[in-house]
Write a protein of this length. Structure first.
Length: 459
């Protein structure tokens, strides 16, 4: 397509040059005015044959013969090229590309999203809701069509090349989101973007944490893990980088006159009475419970109970002195050494859980729900990377209780996913409960089991 458009451009330039030469020739040889010379050139080249504008001299007729030969050649080339474009179906694409280039040239302070897959689509949707101007770079024709249908400015090309980024207005952009499916491609996007515009904010998706250092060296401002965060959260981070905030209704149904609705899920193995739940959460009352079979019970009595994984909808006072039972002092005062099992890489990862618990305990997540969102996002990231790391150790050491341990991993990952389903409504006590259980039952008990096994193997 690019070759065809360049050839057509060259043919049109040649044709314009022949017309200009013909007009100038008649003016110089015959002394005709500009319009008469131009008119004579056009009727000669098109072989209309209306007759001479003025009587031609012998030099004028010789010049006309030369003009006809060159003019017909240029006209034939133009006709052949247009026919070629029409047959291949490229003409409409050629004009579409030209319109796209003009659209891109008018964008300023926009966000360039490289890749319009599942994550890129979600990012564009959220950024659009924030009012951001967006330009999409994509190679896949189907995804390009989807982006156009969504009303986005699109650029067909390879986002890792300088020419494509320049065409998308990288020098005028406020942010670049490298959302390609391969981490190495996102590193190249970051390198090119930072080189072309040192002031642009660069956000890159990643799957492999081992490339984190390389991405930072490449100039990435923020590295995100979409398998855990999701496109919406990534868009929120982009919005923070460029100073955009999603507009929200000041009177949310879950936050009215100092009261809020929160969801509490029973993550323990046994039932919990609503009296216990209300004490743990500091809530005023339970408005409804959702049982495991999906059945809802409105206005349940305090004596009612929720079984494992069942939920309770709570009414809380956001300005209460004791919004919920904080983590026990014993847990929040744990040191990193208390979680050491003797495997340096695993110990380092375990410290993240304690850090998250201390962060939750030190904040006011009832008034600042973004704290819960961020901690849950980190937890989803952690469950993927840490569990994969531990399970690789199991396989390499023939750990006999591997199935039990892996089942526990899956159970904890499921609990994190359940809390994430109620992202904006999850009660902080629920998250604190999960983190405490993670430390007491999983790290300090279950994980110690395989560490003892490994030590015996060494001995």
């Amino acid at each position: 397509m690019q070759t065809n458009s360049h050839l057509l451009r060259h043919v049109l330039i040649i044709t314009a040059a022949v017309v200009a030469c013909g007009t100038a020739g008649f003016m110089l040889i015959e002394g005709w005015p500009l319009f008469d010379a131009f008119y004579m050139t056009i009727i000669t080249l098109t072989t209309i044959g209306f007759g001479e504008v003025h009587e031609l001299s012998v030099p004028g007729r010789a010049f006309t013969l030369v003009l006809v030969v060159f003019g017909l050649g240029a006209a034939a080339a133009v006709a052949a090229q247009f026919t070629h474009l029409l047959i291949e179906g490229d003409l409409s694409e050629y004009w579409r590309r030209r319109r796209m280039v003009r659209t891109m040239s008018r964008l300023k302070d926009h966000v360039i999203v490289c890749g319009y897959g599942r994550i890129g689509t979600s990012i564009c949707s959220e950024l659009g809701a924030m009012g951001a101007r967006i330009a999409v770079i994509e190679m896949n024709e189907e995804r390009l069509a989807e982006a156009r249908a969504a009303g986005l400015a699109v650029m067909a090309g390879n986002a890792t090349t300088d020419i494509t980024l320049l065409s998308a207005g990288i020098k005028r952009a406020s942010a670049v989101v490298a959302a390609l499916s391969h981490d190495t491609d996102n590193v190249f996007v970051a390198l090119s973007a930072r080189d072309l515009n040192p002031n642009v904010a660069v956000i890159a998706r990643a799957e492999d944490r081992t490339l984190e250092t390389r991405m930072i060296k490449a100039g990435v401002d923020r590295i995100v893990y979409p398998a855990q965060l999701g496109g919406g959260r990534i868009a929120h981070l982009v919005g923070e980088e460029i100073g955009l905030e999603k507009q929200q209704d000041s009177r949310r149904a879950t936050d009215i006159m100092g009261y809020a609705l929160k969801v509490y899920r029973n993550l323990s193995s046994g039932p919990q009475t609503l009296h216990e739940v209300e004490f743990i959460t500091g809530s005023l009352r339970t408005l409804a419970i959702v049982q495991s079979d999906g059945r809802r019970i409105n206005d349940p009595p305090e004596t009612a109970a929720i079984d494992e994984m069942e939920s309770a909808l709570l009414l809380i006072d956001k300005h209460a002195d004791r919004p919920y039972q904080r983590s026990s002092r014993k847990l929040t005062e744990l040191s990193d050494e208390d979680l050491c099992l003797g495997i340096e890489s695993i110990d380092h990862e375990h410290q993240r859980i304690l850090t998250l618990l201390q962060r939750l305990d030190a904040s006011d997540p009832v008034s600042n729900p973004h704290v819960i969102r961020e901690i849950l996002a980190d937890l989803k990231d952690y469950t993927v990377s840490h569990f994969r790391h531990e399970e690789s150790i199991f396989k390499s050491s023939d750990y006999p209780d591997v199935e039990l341990h892996v089942a526990e991993h899956r159970s904890m990952a499921e609990k994190v996913e359940l809390l994430a389903e109620d992202l904006d409504l999850v009660h902080p006590a629920n998250l604190a409960q999960l983190l405490e259980d993670w430390i007491v039952n999983h790290i300090q008990q279950l994980d110690r089991g395989y560490v003892q096994y490994l030590r015996k193997q060494v001995v």
